[in-house]
Design a binder for this molecule. Structure first.
Ligand code: ZN
Length: 65
């Protein structure tokens, strides 16, 4: 799983303060893919799927093409 922003690997490490964001991306209401971000990269990317609420956030997006 590579970070969708910086392209570096995102490791799942629940203890570490480096958080990750997992975003389920829907295109036209149909699941398309999962994107992973380092939490810092998610901020840098401009919160593409909304605000982060938890340490391991799973987002559903409703994007239209
Ligand atoms: Zn990253």
């Amino acid at each position: 799983m590579d970070c969708a922003h910086c392209g570096e690997r995102v490791k799942f490490q629940a203890k570490v303060r480096n958080r990750q964001v997992i975003a389920n991306v829907y295109v036209n209401g149909v699941w398309d893919r999962v994107e992973h971000f380092h939490s810092g990269c998610y901020d840098l990317a401009g919160l593409p799927y909304g605000e982060i609420e938890g340490p391991l956030d799973i987002r559903k997006t409703a994007r239209s093409a």
